[in-house]
Design a protein around this ligand. Structure first.
Ligand SMILES: Cc1cc2nc3c(=O)[nH]c(=O)nc-3n(C[C@H](O)[C@H](O)[C@H](O)COP(=O)(O)OP(=O)(O)OC[C@H]3O[C@@H](n4cnc5c(N)ncnc54)[C@H](O)[C@@H]3O)c2cc1C
Length: 526
């Protein structure tokens, strides 16, 4: 019988062990270091051009900043507001590629509401609505059809409260509705990109730390055994995000902490849109309240410069929690209490802090000047290169594909590799319609006999996941079953309980949920 998924995309412990041996023996075209969205994207880009590739991560897929995002797939409006027309257009184009071709199962159009509370002046209302219309123009310029991403509109108070019933009705004039892209789960995007890279022949190796990099390879430590060895390559792409400066001294970063709160299910009942909440005292800054498919809601986000060594997992200080609750409560009818905050997470933005233009900066490079607030620094990406070592840093989740393309273009040029052109704008990611052998399963998924939650998270592989769920229906939390954990072990490269609870699922965002699910995760791995 045909496998319901493309077996070449399956990542698991046995494949890791096998491919690790090969990676240590051969001389590759490209070694990618870091398996966040950028590194996974670079591995897919290089492998799909016919290059031999290994991609390593010190921890796991999506261990770093890529799992701490707001999960927005931006159309680039905010960049336009700052006069960065090129970045804005690039974002809108990449959003369209994800929505239409590469990840329609993971990226969906989502409504966002700006409630017109007394704190939002009429002048501000007119300005924001005009901005939304420009954003709709960006959508059109990027050729994303309106049926995939509806245009903006102004709602009266009753319709605004239908999307957010808990809004204080007194003084509410209505709301401004806009649409943008939204990921069901940022870590799942990384897993899908990494598996697609594997399907194109990339060796995807987690728990492998680069200790030192040159343009010809890396000294690597297998974090499971402690064994050290060399991986040799003709070009090296450093995609280690906020840690990039530790491996490439040309890179200077000024990280900024972005914190989100995780609200317990039921805290903001009936919320059917993301809310933009004006930050009191600031003219054009908004916080976000984001409903999640699992019933939780996130509130974000802060933007605070961080100095000193970069931690593996950033802590959330209590002042971030208080500050976000204050913004939220200034906009809501019923205050959200501290007890409703079930968890919190922070990510570090890898913002460039180089003064001047580093040597070898690529054409799409954005180099922010030092000094200003981190929220004012550029969100563009930079490609730094020289002697075969290419570092790609900055940017955002939305534009990962373009970042990867720029990095691999540069690696090909640096090492004079023979490679085809970039193809990733047309390659459906694992789980997308048309990806590998998943097509057959996809027809079943579209047949409508599968749980919606599985289709939303696994796309055309939902039927295969469902088979495992039926065999292992025990619930481990948030409606997730043991069958799904098993899927992650067999096909998504999960090696331990943290991979399962903190990245393949997001149960671990709430410490008590994590604790409750631990025995099931251990049992699955056993
Ligand atoms: C709070 C917050 C919210 C955001 N929200 C959005 C959003 O809504 N939409 C959007 O488009 N963008 C968003 N972004 C930006 C986006 O998340 C990042 O730009 C992107 O995830 C960076 O990905 P990356 O792969 O470059 O880095 P990372 O995801 O950090 O990956 C780097 C990887 O390198 C590995 N690594 C480090 N050192 C080594 C080593 N020595 N050897 C091997 N591996 C190593 C790490 O384990 C890690 O997995 C947000 C960022 C933050 C901080």
């Amino acid at each position: 019988m045909d496998s319901p998924i493309d077996p070449a995309s399956s990542l698991n412990a046995a494949r890791r062990a096998r491919e690790l041996r090969h990676a240590a023996e051969e001389r590759l075209d490209v070694l990618v270091v870091g398996l966040g969205v950028t590194g996974a994207g670079a591995a897919l880009d290089a492998a799909s051009r016919g290059l031999s590739v290994a991609a390593i991560d010190a921890h796991d897929l999506a261990f770093g900043t890529s799992r701490w995002s707001s999960k927005l797939v931006h159309g680039g409006l905010r960049y336009l507001a700052r006069g960065q027309v090129g970045v804005a257009h690039e974002s809108a184009v990449e959003r369209g590629i994800l929505l239409r071709r590469t990840a329609p199962h993971l990226v969906k159009a989502h409504p966002y509401l700006l409630p017109l509370t007394p704190g939002v002046s009429r002048a501000q209302e007119a300005l924001v609505l005009a901005g939304y219309r420009v954003g709709d123009g960006l959508r059109a310029a990027a050729r994303t059809p309106r049926h995939l991403l509806p245009g903006p509109s102004r709602l009266d108070a009753a319709r605004a409260r239908r999307l957010a019933p808990f809004l204080e009705p007194d003084g509410l004039r209505g709301g401004l509705l806009s649409w943008d892209g939204r990921l069901v789960d940022d870590a799942r995007l990384v897993v899908a990109v990494a598996r697609t890279a594997a399907a194109h022949g990339a060796r995807v190796l987690t728990r492998c730390r680069a200790l030192e990099l040159t343009g010809h390879g890396a000294r690597v430590r297998d974090e499971l055994t402690g064994e050290e060895f060399e991986i040799r390559a003709r070009a090296v792409v450093n995609a280690t995000g906020v840690w990039a400066g530790g491996l490439d001294p040309r890179v200077r970063l000024r990280p900024s902490r972005g914190t989100h709160l995780v609200l317990r299910p039921g805290t903001v009942p009936g919320l059917a849109a993301g809310l933009h909440l004006p930050v009191p005292g600031e003219r054009n800054r908004f916080a976000l309240l984001l409903p999640q498919a699992d019933g939780r809601a996130y509130v974000g986000l802060t933007d605070e410069p961080v100095d000193g060594p970069v931690p593996d997992v950033p802590d959330v200080p209590e002042e971030d929690v208080r500050a976000l609750l204050d913004v939220l409560n200034a906009a809501l009818g019923t205050p959200v209490r501290r007890e409703a905050v079930a968890g919190a997470y922070a990510g570090l933005r890898p913002l460039l802090a180089a003064s001047g233009r580093p040597r070898g900066t690529g054409s799409t490079a954005g180099v922010a000047s030092t000094g200003g607030r981190t929220s004012d620094l550029s969100r563009r990406h930079a490609v730094l290169f020289g002697d075969g070592l290419v570092t790609v840093v900055g940017g955002k989740l939305t534009t990962y594909r373009r970042m990867a393309q720029d990095a691999v273009d540069r690696a090909v040029a640096e090492a004079r590799l023979t490679a085809g052109p970039c193809r990733t704008a047309r390659i459906p990611l694992a789980g997308a319609p048309g990806a590998g052998r998943a097509r057959r399963a996809g027809r079943r998924a579209e047949g409508g006999d599968l749980p919606a939650r599985l289709v939303e998270r696994y796309g055309s592989e939902a039927a295969a996941v469902h088979d495992l769920v039926r065999a292992h229906p025990e619930e481990v939390g948030l409606g997730i079953t043991k069958g799904e954990l098993l899927w992650s072990v067999l096909h998504e490269g999960a090696l331990d309980e943290s991979d399962l609870l903190d990245r393949r699922t997001r149960i671990g965002l709430v410490p008590e949920d994590r604790e409750a699910a631990l025995p099931a995760a251990r049992d699955t791995l056993g």
